[in-house]
Design a protein around this ligand. Structure first.
Ligand code: HEC
Length: 180
């Protein structure tokens, strides 16, 4: 190999590196305009929000109604004991703790006890504790009733919410019918 040939090879290499750099720069320029996609998403979310605010529950929440008939009340009681019982009893005549006794609360009116001091937010929410209202409240109390004093993050699993509600339904003088 003479030096002329070596020069050609070196030249070729340098050319390739330069080309790679140019391509990198250019594609950087081409890719750059893409980020505005984010604000577009935000705009879409904002547009969707008013529709969700109109309904009783956030649009994305999975309903418990289809699960209730097959829900496991024993698991629900165990979950209640773990997650709710620090603040609630649910047996007939049970004491109010940080939260009200929940006997008969399913399908009952919101703020169902006279001897518990509820937040203004819950008192003014209105309506009964229908299954899907209960679902939304247990999933994320502060989202369903802004200003509630139930300081609880929520139960993320729809199956667990169904189990809890299925058990709470049995803590009732006459358990309301399951949804069809
Ligand atoms: C940190 C304490 C705390 C925990 C934990 C808690 N709650 Fe509550 N709960 C409260 C308080 C306080 C209220 C009253 C809220 C208000 O007045 O805004 C309440 C209200 C309620 C109500 C409405 C009662 C009515 O008469 O309208 C239901 C139903 C309820 N809780 C269910 C549950 C369930 C089910 C769990 C477990 C998954 C749970 N809570 C966990 C404190 C708690």
């Amino acid at each position: 190999m003479d030096s002329f040939e070596l020069n050609k090879i070196a030249g070729g290499l340098i050319g390739a590196v330069l080309l790679a750099m140019v391509i990198g720069k250019v594609s950087g320029m081409v890719v750059h305009p893409v980020p505005p996609a984010k604000p577009v998403f935000a705009a879409v979310e904002e547009a969707a929000a008013p529709a969700a605010a109109g309904g009783a529950a956030p649009a994305a929440l999975e309903p418990v109604s289809p699960l209730l008939a097959q829900a496991n009340a024993a698991n629900g009681q165990a979950a209640f004991n773990k997650k709710c019982a620090t603040c609630h009893t649910a047996n007939q005549g049970g004491a109010n703790k940080v939260g009200p006794n929940l006997f008969g609360v399913v399908a009952g009116k919101k703020a169902h006890l006279d001897n518990f001091t509820y937040s203004k937010a819950l008192t003014e929410k209105g309506g009964n504790w229908e299954y899907e209202d209960m679902n939304a409240f247990i999933a994320k109390p502060a989202a369903f009733i802004k200003g509630t004093k139930m300081a609880f993050a929520g139960v993320g699993s729809v199956q667990e919410r169904a189990d809890i509600i299925a058990w709470l339904r049995t803590q009732h003088p006459s358990p309301p019918p399951l949804p069809q």
